[in-house]
Ligand binder design. Structure first.
Ligand code: NAP
Ligand code: HSE
Length: 433
């Protein structure tokens, strides 16, 4: 059975998505059941890094959402219109939707989800929040039994990248923003990133799922990072803080009925779990009962990571369709079908660094014996230090460069044979990352 996709948009995320779909080897087997039927773009003359058969690329996006052959519309264009109209048409035509468009969902989610309910189709948006981080599905499913009290996130990759570069390298705001745009992290209009609007869209989506109600986008208090100065970053560091753009949704404790929703730069104590999330990485800290705290971490923007989330939604829908259509009795994502055993590499082939601590007589040449023996077995030493004494025995610590487990253990076997000469024993052996 082949499921047909219509892709709307072939920019940063669209291209990343096509690259996964066109290269399914070693990924979930459901990917082999997908065909990209049409790809909608604005400009047909633009150079593309992925190529499609004649007729797949089109600038007639209406024809895609009206194509009766297409099962799933994957919207990766961005912006509010014509996205809203195209999605509503696709839904009315019975197509499932996958989108990365937090702005359209935060603004028009109520209308889009109402239409989808009516039409009996899914609208999935894992990529809309946190780029490659699986957060929406875990919130809906794995954490669904918890009473959520607070969600605190670094949910915009561009601003986290800018704040990190300013703090760690003293970089200039405008230069780093240009870099983030070149890396494909920023929105088409980057004021959505630096003004906190993108983070506000995302916290509205997170809060809606976590607290089980619709959120009006304008209810999210929003400040961006444009007013954060290099001097503030420096003073914050001196006082033991890191400045992060946080998006926070919190159940008010006084009555448990109302939510506080806010996005603003925040001085975080350096030992807070979110303080060490740097660069384009995002993280979402979820607090609830009985889970207490759980944190999701990963790349928050960029072609590959975001495409990973997009394609995960596509196969979620395909899994559901296959079980619903009876082509497979159980959803293949919930009930994996593989029956073969994986080939396991023997431990002797492991290549790693090692740490070994030896106790021996403090004889002249003992370190030389050790070095020669490791060298003979093709294990190169990174450092050898004689630390001190335990009782009357010298303590020697060796750290190797990368070597195979087999070679390292062959060297140890030979070293054990030095016991007559140097009274040597191996006190401990550990692997080094
Ligand atoms: P992008 O690079 O600007 O790509 C947009 C694509 O949509 C382009 O292929 C463009 O066509 C097409 N397009 C836009 N408006 C169109 C119109 N009116 N008619 C026809 N085609 C149109 O954007 P992106 O960075 O991939 O972002 C796409 C979506 O993913 C946005 O909603 C964004 O918020 C979201 N997102 C992005 C990231 C990220 O890291 N970039 C991460 C998470 C979510 P042309 O190629 O012909 O110009
Ligand atoms: N512009 C967004 C960001 C893309 O920088 O986080 C990911 O949603």
């Amino acid at each position: 059975m082949v499921f047909k996709l219509g892709l709307l948009g072939l920019g940063t995320v669209g291209t990343g998505t096509a690259e996964i779909l066109l290269n399914p080897e070693g990924r979930n087997p459901l990917l082999k059941e997908i065909e990209i039927k049409s790809v909608g773009v604005r400009s047909l003359s633009k150079a593309r890094s992925v190529s499609f058969p004649e007729g797949v690329l089109t600038d007639d996006l209406e024809s895609i959402v009206n194509d009766p052959d297409i099962d799933i519309i994957v919207e990766l264009m961005g912006g509010l219109e014509p996205v809203r109209s195209l999605l509503l048409k696709a839904i009315a035509n019975g197509k499932h939707i996958v989108t990365a468009n937090k702005a359209a969902i935060a603004m028009h989610g109520a209308e889009i989800f109402d239409a989808a309910q009516e039409a009996g189709v899914y609208v999935l948006l894992e990529a809309a929040v946190g780029g490659g981080i699986p957060i929406l599905k875990p919130l809906k499913e794995a954490l669904g039994v918890n009473r959520i009290s607070r969600i605190t996130g670094i949910v915009n990759g561009t601003t986290n990248y800018i704040l990190t570069q300013m703090a760690q390298k003293g970089a200039n705001f405008d230069d780093v923003l240009t870099e983030a745009q070149d890396l494909g992290y920023a929105e088409a209009d980057p004021t959505a990133d630096v003004g906190g609007l993108d983070a506000a869209d995302k916290i509205a989506i997170l809060a809606s799922l976590a607290f089980g109600g619709r959120i009006k986008r304008e209810d999210v208090y929003t400040e961006g990072i444009t007013q954060v100065d290099a001097a503030d970053i420096s003073y914050a560091q001196q006082l033991g803080f890191t400045i992060k753009l946080l998006a926070i949704a919190q159940q008010k404790t006084s009555n448990g009925q109302s939510l506080q929703l806010r996005v603003h730069p925040t001085l975080l104590p350096q030992d807070h779990p979110l303080a060490s999330i740097n660069g384009v990485y995002n993280a979402v800290l979820v607090e609830g009962d009985p889970i207490e705290q759980v944190m999701f971490f990963g790349p928050g923007a960029g072609a590959g990571p975001t495409a990973s989330a997009v394609v995960s939604d596509i196969i979620s829908i395909i899994g559901i369709l296959k079980s619903a259509q009876g082509s497979q009795r159980l959803n293949p994502l919930l009930s994996p079908e593989h029956q073969h055993y994986c080939a396991i590499a023997p431990m002797s082939e492991l290549v790693t660094r090692f740490y070994a601590r030896f106790l021996c007589n403090d004889n002249p040449g003992v370190i030389g014996h050790l070095g020669t023996c490791f060298g003979k077995h093709d294990v190169s030493l990174e450092s050898v230090v004689q630390i001190g004494y335990q009782d009357s025995l010298a303590e020697i610590v060796v750290v190797t460069h990368d070597g195979t487990e087999a070679n390292f253990h062959n060297a140890l076997t030979e070293i054990r044979g030095f016991s007559l000469l140097d009274n040597i024993s191996i006190a401990s052996v550990l692997r080094v990352w």
